[in-house]
Design a protein around this ligand. Structure first.
Ligand SMILES: Cc1cc2nc3c(=O)[nH]c(=O)nc-3n(C[C@H](O)[C@H](O)[C@H](O)COP(=O)(O)OP(=O)(O)OC[C@H]3O[C@@H](n4cnc5c(N)ncnc54)[C@H](O)[C@@H]3O)c2cc1C
Length: 453
């Protein structure tokens, strides 16, 4: 394989194709547990180079695994079939921000938080906010259709993708959609490529929708003596006609881990974070109504008014994943989703699993969407193919599917959830996926070895 990749490096500027062991190692894994070395890593600087690389890979039947920041949670960018890792990190320019058209044009390697800040400076708003936003790339966010706390009010990444430039498996460059906010020309191919986990084409440019920056934001942190009181709070808020920009929940294990490393982490059993944004007067009124609704059941209510105070509060929430990692245990992060009315049932299920398998489980996340991060906290040294973990996940996913839920709300299927892909889909649905994959990647060279194989 190496011999068939060496000539490729001679077709491209020096440094684009790298074979050194440190680079191969650094591009062999993501934030999940699997790892596999590629034969080489490509760092293209532009779309033409991506096209050249794919045309070459097509001719020589070389597997190509695309990679953004490598912060995925399902092993999506792990090159399980070797070949070439196509890293988009060097294509990281914000090409345009147009307040007139309400759009940004970006290369895929732009870090999400960088785009969000650049938009804010122009009084514009890019809402998708995965907790990894300081590390993950726009290309990775689009390829996984990433979500975040603000999905409740603003929707997921897909709702902000107006246009894409994609390089297909044989090197053909195609542009989908564009800078208009509506476009009904043909099938929704922008939607098809969004969330396609690098298996249908390489995203080399994106035109993203920006909306006016809400002038005010305020948040509540409500502490509760039990998770059932916190879950009841979710229904109270949404049942009252309020639509917060975020509505997050956290359980006792998560908060105990947070207290070890995050200054100001609450000393509570469970919590809700409820944020509102919009015009100052409406934010004030909505916050006041939410406080009134929660006050009878909460043990403590903290209000954060304005950008800085809210961000300080979100530092606690965004620190949860990192705090769990710092426990030293192995965190198996699942992102299951249940219909919103079943959140308490989901917490009851995880509580039963903790007892049955004698394993700590941390659960927190986007209560307003019914999308909860259920983290199995496994002993040090646990591998992703551990039979006990597999049994626990079997019980978890079956329980979630029985509630009418989904095995992934944000991270995708990738490698991590591949064993449960058949449980979560009908044979007709799997057949449609296979046919689409075959039409766009007949030689199965784009990100092979993942859930469609
Ligand atoms: C601490 C932490 C918190 C997180 N919080 C969230 C969260 O709140 N919400 C959420 O949705 N996710 C979250 N994630 C998961 C992860 O950050 C997202 O899946 C993110 O979108 C991955 O982006 P990336 O640039 O790291 O992509 P990578 O991990 O590099 O790749 C992810 C997938 O996208 C494909 N891909 C990458 N770039 C391209 C491209 N240009 N063209 C085609 N395919 C491509 C890869 O092949 C792979 O299948 C979190 C992860 C961590 C570590």
């Amino acid at each position: 394989m190496k011999s068939s990749l060496r000539p490729l490096s001679r077709l491209l500027p020096k440094g684009v194709i790298r074979f050194d062991p440190a680079t191969l190692q650094a591009n062999s894994s993501d934030a999940w547990m699997a790892s596999s070395l590629p034969e080489a890593v490509a760092f293209p600087r532009n779309t033409t180079q991506v096209s050249k690389i794919l045309a070459y890979a097509n001719r020589h039947r070389i597997p190509v695994t695309s990679r953004g920041s490598g912060r995925g949670y399902v092993g999506g960018c792990v090159p399980v079939r070797g070949g070439l890792v196509l890293s988009l990190v060097k294509m990281n320019r914000i090409l345009e921000i147009s307040p007139q058209d309400g759009i940004a044009v970006v290369e895929p390697g732009v870090i999400t938080a960088k785009l969000a800040s650049a938009a804010t400076r122009r009084n514009l708003f890019y809402p998708p906010d995965p907790a990894s936003l300081k590390e993950s790339s726009i290309g990775g966010n689009i390829a996984t259709n990433a979500g975040g706390p603000r999905c409740l009010k603003y929707g997921v990444t897909r709702h902000y993708v107006l246009g894409l430039e994609v390089v297909l498996q044989d090197g053909t460059i195609v542009r989908l959609g564009g800078r208009t906010h509506k476009n009904r020309t043909g099938f929704d191919l922008v939607g098809l490529f969004t969330g396609s986990e690098g298996m249908l084409g390489i995203i080399t440019q994106a035109t993203l929708r920006l909306i006016p920056l809400p002038p005010a934001r305020s948040a509540l942190l409500a502490e509760f003596s039990s998770i059932s009181k916190a879950a009841a709070g979710v229904q109270k808020i949404l049942g009252s006609g309020l639509l917060p920009s975020a509505l997050e929940i956290a359980d006792p294990f998560t908060l105990a881990a947070a207290r070890r490393v995050i200054p100001n982490a609450p000393r509570a059993n469970s919590l809700l974070i409820v944020e509102f944004d919009g015009q100052p007067a409406s934010v004030k009124a909505e916050l006041s109504l939410a406080s009134k609704l929660l006050r009878p059941s909460t043990s403590h209510l903290k209000v954060a008014t304005g950008e800085q105070a809210c961000e300080k509060l979100w530092e606690i929430r965004r620190g949860f994943s990192y705090a769990l990692r710092d426990t030293g245990l192995v965190k198996l992060n699942e992102d299951v989703t249940v219909p919103r009315g079943r959140i308490l049932d989901l917490f009851c299920l995880t509580s039963r699993l903790q007892k049955k398998y004698r394993i700590p489980i941390s659960s927190f996340g986007h209560a307003g969407d019914g999308n909860i991060h259920v983290n199995l906290m496994a002993p040090v040294g646990t591998r992703h193919d551990d039979p006990k973990m597999h049994r626990i996940l079997n019980d978890l996913f079956r329980g979630v599917l029985a509630m009418g839920g989904a095995i992934s709300g944000e991270h995708g299927i990738g490698l991590a959830k591949r064993p449960w892909w058949p449980d979560a889909t009908s044979s007709a649905l799997r057949e449609i996926h296979r046919k689409i994959k075959k039409a766009l990647d007949p030689k199965n060279l784009l990100n092979p070895g993942k859930y469609l194989d």
